[in-house]
Ligand binder design. Sequence first.
Ligand SMILES: Nc1ncnc2c1ncn2[C@@H]1O[C@H](COP(=O)(O)OP(=O)(O)OP(=O)(O)O)[C@@H](O)[C@H]1O
Length: 273
Amino acid sequence: MSASAPLIRAHNIGLEIAGRQLLRDISLELQPAEIVTVIGPNGAGKTTLLRLLLGLTKPTSGTVERRPGLRLGYMPQRLQIDATMPMTVGRFLQLGIDGVKVADALARVGAAQLAGARLADLSGGEMQRVLLARAAARKPQLLVLDEPTQGVDVGGQSEVYQLIAQLRDELHCGVLLVSHDLHLVMAATDRVLCVNQHICCHGHPEQVSKDPVYLEMFGDKLALYTHQHNHHHDLSGEVVDDGGCNHGHDHDHSHGHHHTSHSTADKLDQDAP
Ligand SMILES: Nc1ncnc2c1ncn2[C@@H]1O[C@H](COP(=O)(O)OP(=O)(O)OP(=O)(O)O)[C@@H](O)[C@H]1O
């Protein structure tokens, strides 16, 4: 593969475990310096997809090709830290990675002051920055981040996404991330893959956010982010009192479908990216 060839290419991959099809028919390419975000409901197979692409799990069908010698930086979904563990941030960054310059690695994520702090004392947002610093320290060609804003307060979440975009610009690496922060991630990604056992829809964020399958899957959730309603509207737009029950819904079109309808998803299924 040449320098402009995809970093990873998956062709029709699927995974079946104990008779259960966790993922099926997934084809995709990850390009250098591109930010790709995987979204989907809980249990949709997002983490499993990352593991297949990284080669941590072998697909039961299809093939995954990685660029030979591909340098990966992986930030897992969670890291359990024992509160009594005395390890400092600086030491943690050096573990298993040769020649890491701790000050540079932390400066890259705006956390230079944390070098001497104990890992167990970090706040959620500080911990995510340190994990990002560690993933970036290998100067990866592909940075893989599983829910990078876990434990980060709402105010800090957009900073994490800005930081990810900054790392991409600085390291010219591809970024593959799983996220539940729909409202933030849509602004900070080049391409979105909406997954629920298979790829339900994909494309540029503005395309995907108008896709009926996406709206069906996330319409309610998006409405929650944009505004909270404690009332409904009738067809002419007049407010109808519903007795003060706070549903957090958008207008009428978001009602009645909290889960993906596979029949619709399958009907609208598109070509792989
Ligand atoms: N090794 C395994 N053996 C059996 N089932 C598994 C295995 N790994 C994952 N699963 C199942 O596959 C499904 C998808 O899991 P996965 O962790 O990939 O979902 P996810 O989309 O990342 O979910 P979440 O948003 O909740 O993190 C789940 O139902 C999970 O229980």
